[in-house]
Ligand binder design. Sequence first.
Ligand SMILES: [Zn+2]
Length: 198
Amino acid sequence: MNRPQPVEKMIEIIKRLPGVGPKMAERLSYHILKMSQSEADKLIHAIQVAKKVMKYCSNCYNFSEQDPCKICSDMTRDHRTLCVVETPQDLIAVSKVKEYHGLYFVLGNALSPLDAIGPEDIRINELIKRLENASISEVIIATDTDSKGEMTAVYIAKVVKTLNIKVTRLGYGLPVGGDIEYADEVTISRAIVGRQEM
Ligand SMILES: [Zn+2]
């Protein structure tokens, strides 16, 4: 017996989410069907509200309810240091570390020739524009330590150096092949303190 069309449609859409395979999409869809109407409405409402109010900060490209975001408009922060991360989730991970008081820039992606992700997909022009228009004296590259993150770090370093700005990369301690998002505070904090010039 085939699944009813509305369920099929829901599975089809949920399946497109990252990390969700067909089995998981089916499980989630039936779970949503079993929810009370009010619980399901809360889920739909939360997605609608977040999609509506969250936008990109035009300075750092993090998601924010305001533009510029709270971090970019916080004058008590060190506006000469810029930490470059791959994703908004990585920014959250680094922002938990007390040792860092500077600003951020979210690339949104990492270079990956196999997936056809090139420099134009990692906001390189936006980064250059930001560096040209602000008095940044150090760029700390906090991309992941996997091959895509390393490739991205080398590329960004090359570009930033042409602007005569100091470039550093998070130091030892981060597991090789790891995702900044999942690194703990102590590890990130040590990696920031031990950052090395590229
Ligand atoms: Zn911002």
